[in-house]
Design a protein around this ligand. Structure first.
Ligand code: HEC
Ligand code: HEC
Length: 179
């Protein structure tokens, strides 16, 4: 997996993913919906799904690879951002930025969820939106009230670092549902 790191980088990545979760959950509880910008899921569905895979997760899985943290078209080897900036998909610049961030996030964590969780759960976006919720800065089970990060210490056979990443992606997927 291209995003696996070791040593100080790994510590940094873990730290950043924690910050990321906190920021997202803060966003969930404290920002009005209008301040959160366009929903990447809607952008993908409206502007890309007509010609490509129905879901962004499948699009990334089938067509995209990563390098230097950027998403790159698998066939052409061109950065997706540059491809879209030239007019493919007809996105306005703010939509483009949101969608690229979304595709990068999926690329980073999708493989992990796909390999370790999908066998028992729905796709991450469906799972997050149907089962999870942000409460007081934490991602928890909507009905169980379980703290997801704590729960993953003994669930799904993941390392601590992977549990951080998965908590981040689930929180991220949930955020899109607030619009
Ligand atoms: C009108 C149909 C259409 C729409 C809408 C569309 N695409 Fe495409 N896309 C294609 C076709 C056909 C190709 C393959 C031909 C090519 O590479 O130019 C392609 C290629 C791509 C590639 C290049 C893959 C590679 O290997 O380099 C990317 C990335 C991509 N599309 C992303 C998107 C995104 C993101 C959206 C939504 C913003 C989108 N496309 C909207 C038809 C479409
Ligand atoms: C072997 C099947 C299986 C695998 C693999 C699995 N889960 Fe689960 N998971 C379950 C079951 C069954 C439950 C419901 C348990 C319960 O509610 O007591 C559950 C519950 C959960 C919950 C709690 C939901 C809530 O409402 O409290 C979370 C979060 C979760 N899983 C995440 C994951 C993640 C992330 C992965 C991948 C690392 C994963 N699971 C892998 C079967 C699985």
């Amino acid at each position: 997996m291209p995003f696996r790191h070791t040593g100080p980088i790994r510590t940094l990545t873990t730290f950043l993913s924690k910050v990321f979760v906190s920021l997202i959950l803060l966003g969930l509880s404290e920002l009005p919906a209008s301040a959160q910008g366009p929903d990447p899921h809607q952008i993908y569905e409206r502007k890309c799904a007509g010609c490509h895979e129905a879901h962004a997760g499948d699009f990334v899985h089938d067509n995209v690879t990563t390098g230097d943290g950027k998403v790159i078209g698998r066939r052409s080897g061109r950065p997706v951002a540059a491809f879209l900036a030239r007019g493919h998909g007809k996105l306005a610049p703010p939509e483009r930025a949101v969608l690229i961030e979304h595709l990068e996030q999926i690329a980073r964590s999708g493989a992990l969820f796909h390999d370790k969780c999908l066998v028992c759960h729905d796709r991450a976006v469906v799972f997050a939106r149907s089962r999870l919720i942000g409460r007081q800065g934490k991602l928890v089970g909507r009905y169980s009230g379980r703290d997801v990060r704590a729960f993953l210490s003994n669930h799904g056979r993941v390392t601590a670092e992977e549990a951080d990443t998965l908590t981040a992606i689930l929180a991220y997927q949930l955020r899109g549902s607030q619009f």
